[in-house]
Design a protein. Structure first.
Length: 405
């Protein structure tokens, strides 16, 4: 009776019984084991790590595929100066040999030293809608961080707060702007059920100058112009480019030094990121503000290149670059990333003056609407300014954290 079972006085084929048993398991949601494996920083494994984002997001019409080459450079320890002072590892979740999730975990030693913290970070999180997969990935990240002597696991950061960061938790019905994140709606639930709680929120504000450039704003800008006599100096994209890049970052560091999770970039990181931005900068929209020859403010606004990048589906070749160049001429929106003043002028009204200048200059390029992002929820001065300038809060990004030691 090795191939038969007796049940109720009748002989039943054992293979049929086993078949019904597996059907029962599938119906109950019991799956084969999920395995977590370390992914080496090698070309082929890293590319597969990157491409998994397509597996998860490609059916989302609002997702903008990142440029694969940019992601490869970011995750290359030989090229990204982040790895000169910090460390990270990549992990994948696999089920029956197929990737079903991914995560990066690391320690930003430079940031921890600056902020006197013991924080491990996670980023590049992607996973199927399965709590077991998410739990195992975050367990691995927490274990890794704990072994490094860290006390908190926080994220997402891809890889730092100066890269793409934060999880979209509200505002899924529109495309993300350049250098902003987008993710499936179920990610917040996966993360929260893995034991994380909210650490901080940040907001994105949508503005349309044709509706929000009011007479009082124009009057305020005119008043600042006649009293402070500010001078606009475009960002130099020529031989003094790196000098201006360092000047800009010094000002950003001064204006954001007390912000949550902020940490200054090293000189090599500034140059690494500046070179990526150089081709994207539009001097009319990226400028310094000077008063009596002293640089007191900096504004960085970029055309929303995501409108063009989306057409390339992550690949520059063979046709992606041509698509980007073609559609870049048709961009109709922009993102204001940075608008800051040194402390002495933070309440002077120069921000309003700069906003009006940005709006006028963008209009000359056929751009009349855009996004101001991101602004931390506890930065009440900037939140109030964004609202006074007519911005409508339409997206929320969140960072999560949990204790691991």
């Amino acid at each position: 009776m090795s191939n038969q079972l007796v049940k109720g006085g009748r002989k039943t084929d054992s293979h049929l019984t086993i078949c019904f048993y597996y059907i029962f398991l599938i119906a109950e949601g019991v799956s084969s084991a999920v395995k977590i494996k370390k992914i080496p920083f090698q070309k082929s494994p890293v590319k597969r790590f990157i491409l998994f984002a397509w597996d998860i997001n490609q059916k989302d019409t609002h997702w903008v595929p990142p440029l694969i080459s940019d992601q490869q450079k970011l995750l290359n320890p030989m090229r990204n100066p982040f790895f000169q002072h910090s460390e990270a590892e990549l992990w994948g979740a696999y089920q029956e040999g197929k990737m079903v999730g991914r995560i990066a975990v690391g320690v930003n030693h430079h940031s921890n030293q600056f902020r006197n913290e013991k924080v491990a970070f996670f980023g590049f999180f992607e996973a199927i809608h399965n709590q077991e997969v998410a739990d195992l990935l975050f367990q691995k990240a927490a274990e890794w961080g704990k072994n490094k002597g860290m006390e908190i696991l926080r994220g997402p950061f891809n890889l730092t707060i100066n890269d793409e960061a934060g999880l979209l938790v509200d505002g899924f019905n529109t495309d993300p702007f350049i250098m902003m994140t987008h993710n499936p709606r179920y990610y917040p639930e996966l993360i929260e059920k893995s034991g994380f709680s909210k650490a901080m929120d940040a907001y994105a504000y949508y503005t349309d100058a044709r509706k929000h450039l009011s007479a009082p704003l124009l009057q305020m800008a005119k008043y600042i112009e006649t009293t402070l006599h500010p001078k606009i100096r475009p960002f130099d994209t020529g031989k003094h480019f790196l000098k201006d890049a360092h000047t800009a970052m010094d000002m950003i560091n001064e204006s954001l030094a007390r912000n949550w999770a902020a940490a200054p970039l090293t000189d090599k990181e500034i140059e690494f990121k500046a070179k990526d931005l150089k081709a994207a900068l539009v001097p009319d929209l990226c400028f310094f503000v000077e008063i009596q020859g002293k640089t007191v403010g900096f504004s960085l606004t970029l055309p929303n290149y995501n409108e063009a990048i989306k057409k390339a589906n992550g690949r520059l070749f063979p046709f992606g670059l041509f698509k980007i160049l073609y559609y870049a001429r048709k961009i109709k929106t922009a993102r204001t990333i940075q608008l800051g003043m040194i402390k002495e002028y933070q309440k002077s009204g120069l921000g309003t003056y700069c906003y009006v200048e940005i709006t006028k200059r963008a209009a000359q390029r056929g751009i009349h609407s855009g996004e101001m992002s991101w602004i931390l929820e506890n930065n009440k001065a900037m939140v109030n300014a964004a609202e006074l300038l007519g911005g409508k809060r339409y997206k929320t990004y969140r960072w999560y954290e949990k204790r691991i030691n």
